[in-house]
Design a binder for this molecule. Structure first.
Ligand code: XMP
Ligand code: MG
Length: 179
């Protein structure tokens, strides 16, 4: 375990097992369809990469990068698009892939945006959810794990761009971000 991590919440094996289940669920739900899977950079990339390998129907992949104005560790609700989609999504079944729902402001914004662009359907899949922190009414259609209100790193989640490459999901020691 990394010395900056106080506790492993989900091991690499546990994460892979859950991703396999989510992939099977999405495969069943989207049978006969060709969904566009949209990963939110950068946090969702590791999760998305493993998830799509467990989806056994044709899918297309695209990415968006967003940033919220204001303090970087907390969403303000105003979302700036850093990188947009490469294609029209009119009439498409869209699945947004996110690393974590914290306040929920980012995903609510993105969901509304993609609906305005006339997607046929928009669903949310998130690796993690911190329900204690929600500021809006939001429920993921597909959820990996619920986590307590700690700073979480690993499997794509970072602190100051570090720890994304940890193969497990863990809690960052408070002294790392308080110092
Ligand atoms: P919302 O809009 O739901 O923002 O508040 C979700 C985004 O906030 C980041 N975030 C975290 N990143 N560990 C992280 O590495 C965490 O514990 C954490 N909580 C929120 C993340 O970028 C996510 O996309
Ligand atoms: Mg992020």
């Amino acid at each position: 375990m990394h010395t900056d991590v106080s506790e492993v919440l989900f091991t690499e094996q546990a994460v892979q097992d859950r991703i396999r289940e989510l992939g099977a669920q999405i495969t069943r739900d989207y049978e006969g369809k060709n969904p566009l899977i949209i990963g939110i950079l950068k946090g969702a990339t590791l999760f998305m990469s493993d998830l799509v390998k467990r989806i056994e129907i044709p899918v297309e992949l695209d990415f968006m990068a967003v940033s919220s104005y204001g303090h970087s560790s907390e969403s303000s609700g105003v979302v700036r698009i850093i990188k947009d989609l490469e294609q029209s999504i009119e009439g498409r079944d869209v699945i947004i892939v996110e690393d974590i729902i914290d306040t929920g402001l980012t995903l609510i914004y993105l969901k509304n945006l993609l609906q305005q662009r006339k997607a046929a359907s928009v669903k949310l899949v998130t690796l993690l959810d911190k329900p204690d922190r929600h500021k809006v009414d939001i429920t993921a259609d597909y959820l990996g794990f619920t986590v307590p209100d700690h700073f979480i790193v690993g499997f794509g989640l970072d602190y100051a761009e570090r720890y994304r490459n940890l193969p497990y999901i863990g809690v960052l020691k408070p002294e790392v971000y308080q110092s």
